[in-house]
Every structure is written in structure tokens, then in C-alpha cells.
Design a protein. Structure first.
Length: 338
């Protein structure tokens, strides 16, 4: 069964074709970073219009890479939420219209479930059950994953997600967009420890997170003096140490509590080099292991949506072809999906 995946939840347009027998046949992503850079962040209306321009060329590119035609598509999976409403509508309407034209089923997919299952696309994939740390731009969550569709929320951020904290702190330090990667790059040239930043909720006794106060601490330190380039690098390094230390401590605590030695990390922040180092070291100490998606699949992409849709279809969740009606859900808690 060949499943086409469509991702358009924010500022990446992703299309992919996944075969349940042969694996990933092709995928392509267009990022809108250059377009939004002038505004210092994502402009929803511009994002939606750009998705419209990109979907058909990306579809043709993926089909050519896979050596397939539209007639070879057996089902279409698309991101229905969470995300920007207008951007979601573009992908959903495109997917449903194409499914209607091809007389194949269309399946709405949860964006975070796609991230959650993306490490299963790797050759050396984890086996169920495992603990998952979701660290995307707008979400920081710990989940116990028993099987596809069976997710237990263990803890999440009470305010800013880790990705948001990275982006906002980068802006405070005068860095460009996208802020997270820019801050991580600057942190590599700095020395942590010179500035003393808190490790929020690291000893709270639960699996919740809070990064808003850490961002405020950076603002306070930045206002205390006129920052030099070296000061900014040291502050970025200490900020990164604080965030990654908290994420690693909570993830290991979740594994200990549930007596699981497999940790899956997914989402854009999962590409952060320092976070990977900390998680690998912390899990090794308890005899565990960390599983990551391929680097190009850490950010939003159609491959994870196609794979997630395929797993749902293999469970027998097969909607009738050609329905055409759809609903997008800009806010959609992962623990509410069935």
C-alpha cells in the first residue's frame, strides 16, 4: 500500500510517498525560512499562500523520485492539526481534493503523532513500549508510548515550550530568524557557567517543564550591562546548558519511573547537538538508549505524516474513499486522539 503524506502545519511544505512493503520511496520539503526572515517570525497568511504554490511541484518531484504516478497512490494522509489554521486548510483541502479525484481514502493525521513515530522510519528503530520526548517549536511533552495510538501524557511545559524559549532568547540576544539554530550555533563559541541561570523545575518531583522564567533570567542578565559578542556567546551557552539539563533530567526520570530503557526524541529541537550529547550520556548511565529520527526528519516533513497514516491504515482505520468533507484542528491535544 502506497500512502502519500502532506504536511503544511506551519512554515514547511512537505510531501512524501511511503510504501508499507518497501518503506519511504521519496520525500521533499520546502522551507519558508528565507521568506519569513524579513519579519522575524512566521507570518500566517504568507505561509498559507506559499503552501499553495509549493504543493503540486513537490508532489510531482516526489512521484518522479519514487518512479510512480498519481494512479499508484492508494491513500493520502495529511496533517489536520495542530498548527496554523490557514496553513492546515491548504494541505487538507489539497489532500481531500486529490483523494476525491483519485477515488482513494484520505486520512487526517495528528502532527505531533507524526513526530512521535518518525524515529520508526530509521533502519535501527525502537520497539514498543518506550518513553517519548517531544520537543518541537510549540510543544515540550513527555509521553509513554505503548503502541501506535496508545499514548499517555506524563508531563508537559506549563508555559513556553523549549523551542519557543530558544527562539525568544535568540531574539533577546539580537540573533536572526530562525532563532533556535542561531542560538545553538552561537553557544558553540561560548563558555557556560560564566552566567548563572536557573534550571527551572529540575527538582519539582514531577515531569512538568517551565521555560518562561529562564527566558526572563536571560533578559535580566542582558539588561545588567552592555553585552559584547563574547558576553552573548557565553549567555547563549549557559542558556543552552540550562534547557538541555532540564530536558535530560526529566526524560531520564520518566524512564526510571516507568522502568523503560528506550527513549525516543522527536521534533525540531531534537536536532540540537548538545541535547543529543546530554541525553545519550544520561541514558547510558541507566543502561538505556536514545532513538532519534534522521536529521532531515527532525523538522516538519511529509515522510512522518505518510508513515503515521500508513500505520493507522494498517490498524484498519480506513475511511471511505471520496468523502471530500474535512475539519482541521489548530488546537488538538495528542492525548485526545483515538
Amino acid at each position: 500500500m502506497k500512502v502519500l503524506g502532506i504536511e503544511s502545519s506551519c512554515d514547511e511544505t512537505g510531501v512524501a510517498l511511503y510504501d508499507t512493503e518497501r518503506g519511504l520511496l521519496g520525500h521533499a520539503v520546502h522551507t519558508q525560512v528565507a521568506m519569513h526572515e524579513a519579519y522575524g517570525g512566521v507570518v500566517p497568511e504568507l505561509a498559507s499562500r506559499d503552501h499553495i504554490r509549493r504543493l503540486i511541484p513537490l508532489l510531482e518531484r516526489v512521484l518522479a523520485e519514487a518512479g510512480c504516478t498519481r494512479g499508484d497512490i492508494d491513500a493520502i494522509a495529511y496533517t489536520a492539526g495542530p498548527g496554523l489554521a490557514g496553513a492546515l486548510l491548504v494541505g487538507a483541502s489539497f489532500a481531500e481534493a486529490l483523494a476525491l479525484a483519485l477515488n482513494v481514502p484520505a486520512l487526517p493525521v495528528h502532527h505531533l503523532e507524526g513526530h512521535l513515530l518518525s524515529p520508526l522510519l530509521a533502519e535501527d528503530a525502537p520497539v514498543f513500549p518506550f518513553i517519548a520526548l517531544l520537543v518541537s517549536g510549540g510543544h515540550t511533552q513527555l509521553m509513554r508510548v505503548t503502541r501506535v495510538g496508545d499514548y499517555e501524557l506524563l508531563g508537559e511545559s506549563l508555559d513556553d515550550a523549549a523551542g519557543e524559549a530558544f527562539d525568544k532568547t535568540a531574539k533577546l540576544l539580537g540573533l536572526g530568524y530562525p532563532g533556535g539554530p542561531a542560538l545553538a550555533k552561537l553557544a558553540e563559541t561560548g563558555t557556560p557557567g560564566r552566567y548563572k541561570l536557573p534550571r527551572p523545575m529540575i527538582n519539582s518531583g514531577d515531569l512538568s517543564f517551565s521555560f518562561s522564567g529562564l527566558k526572563t533570567a536571560v533578559l535580566t542578565a542582558a539588561r545588567a550591562r552592555q553585552l559584547t559578542d563574547g558576553d552573548r556567546a557565553d549567555l547563549a551557552a549557559e542558556f543552552q546548558e540550562a534547557v538541555t539539563e532540564v530536558l535530560a533530567a526529566k526524560a531520564v526520570a520518566a524512564c526510571r519511573q516507568h522502568r523503560l530503557l528506550a527513549l525516543v526524541v522527536a521534533g525540531g529541537v531534537g536536532a540540537n547537538r548538545r541535547l543529543r550529547q546530554r541525553l545519550d550520556q544520561a541514558m547510558a548511565k541507566i543502561g538505556g538508549r536514545v532513538f532519534y529520527p534522521r536529521l532531515e526528519l527532525c523538522t516538519d516533513n511529509g515522510a512522518m505524516i505518510a508513515f503515521c497514516g500508513a500505520q493507522r491504515l494498517l490498524q484498519g482505520k480506513l475511511p471511505a474513499p471520496g468523502g471530500g468533507a474535512f475539519v482541521v484542528r489548530p488546537r488538538w491535544p495528542l492525548d485526545q486522539i483515538c
